[in-house]
Write a protein that binds this ligand. Structure first.
Ligand code: 1HN
Length: 324
């Protein structure tokens, strides 16, 4: 006898679904359209972290736990539709605090990290023997398996934004980590390091770009390489006072951080949902993959945005697409 097409468990089909489930199998036809959707469907949603709200919590964390004790005193930025370590589907981000006199002890891991310095002077990151000074706006890299510790030799707190590729280790679980025997790995001051990208150089490049007087984009890269790492990279953007950038979307996701300025960003998600995020200096916000992004600078001087992206990961998998 012919039976009707069975799309989902029902009173008559339960036995079939149950029997295949017990054999560690499942019918593809009930989930196929979900697995090959008509457009990308990131789980992450636009989320904003206001510095004026999070900084006091970070300072409170400074009273609750020491940097040495915590190993890393960080407030993770958790996407409002996901759990840690997801700031986006592919990028982890957090705010880290090191107080005067503290050390965040030396360790190494296969995860890649970069940092964008938000505030404080006289902080350092020591990476594989290079003691690198941290100044506001600098980007400092910690390549995979490099020993690294952080310290604060000044009088003020040091706060930075971390960006790591941690989410990919949920599907490729091969992150190794090791603690060093001492709190600090031996290092010597290295003023000019290929691991440090001073903000003044990035800003000068953004200001000198004559290709578009209203919007310039700078892609960070290493010597002889296209991106900062194999999985995570970064960019900076200048948006002229009063200007709105044309809509643009990519199969990449982004953690935007406002170096300076006031404005708003319209984020139109792959499913058409629109969100507008208002931002000011030192705020951070997440942009999911395949979202149309439009920045508006509302201050009367140009706004400068920094963004961590997953472009190297997406490109190396052959999944990069963009649309204006
Ligand atoms: C890490 O090593 C740092 O070195 C920051 O500052 C955040 C989050 C997860 C795993 C390792 C750092 C991290 C981390």
């Amino acid at each position: 006898m012919a039976t009707a097409t069975q799309l989902a468990p029902s009173s008559t089909g339960d036995a079939f679904f149950k029997s295949v489930h017990e054999k560690h199998a499942a019918p593809l036809w009930t989930v196929l359209s979900q697995m090959v959707p008509p457009y990308p469907n990131p789980k992450a949603v636009p989320t904003v972290w206001r510095y004026s709200e999070l900084r006091p919590s970070l300072m409170e964390a400074g009273k609750i736990v020491g940097a040495e004790e915590a190993e890393r005193r960080v407030l993770m930025l958790v996407n409002s539709n996901m759990q840690a370590p997801h700031t986006t589907d592919t990028i982890y981000s957090g705010l880290q605090l090191v107080l005067p006199g503290e050390t965040a002890p030396a360790h190494r891991h296969t995860a890649f990290a970069l940092r964008f310095i938000i505030e404080g002077e006289d902080g350092f990151t020591a990476v594989e023997g290079q003691k690198i000074r941290m100044e506001r706006g600098d980007v400092i890299l910690t390549p995979p398996w490099n020993w690294h510790d952080h310290g604060n030799e000044g009088k003020d707190p040091i706060i930075w934004l971390d960006g790591l590729d941690l989410p990919i280790f949920r599907s490729v679980p091969v992150n190794f980590a090791e603690n060093y025997t001492e709190s600090r790995y031996p290092s010597t001051p290295t003023p000019e390091s290929p691991l440090r990208f001073p903000w003044k150089d990035v800003r000068a490049a953004l200001d000198a770009d004559k290709s578009n007087s209203s919007h310039s984009v700078y892609h960070y890269n290493g010597k002889g390489r296209k991106h900062l790492s194999d999985r995570i990279s970064a960019q900076a953007e200048r948006v002229a006072a009063g200007y709105t950038t044309p809509g643009h979307k990519e199969t990449c996701s982004f953690i935007y951080h406002v170096e300076r300025g006031e404005g708003s960003t319209k984020i139109k998600a792959a499913d058409g949902t629109e969100t507008e995020i208002k931002w000011t200096t030192s705020d951070t916000f997440a942009v999911p993959a395949w979202s149309e992004v439009q920045h508006t600078c509302l201050s009367n001087t140009d706004a400068y945005l920094f963004a961590i992206n997953d472009r190297p990961l997406v490109e190396s998998l052959g999944l990069f697409r963009e649309s204006a």
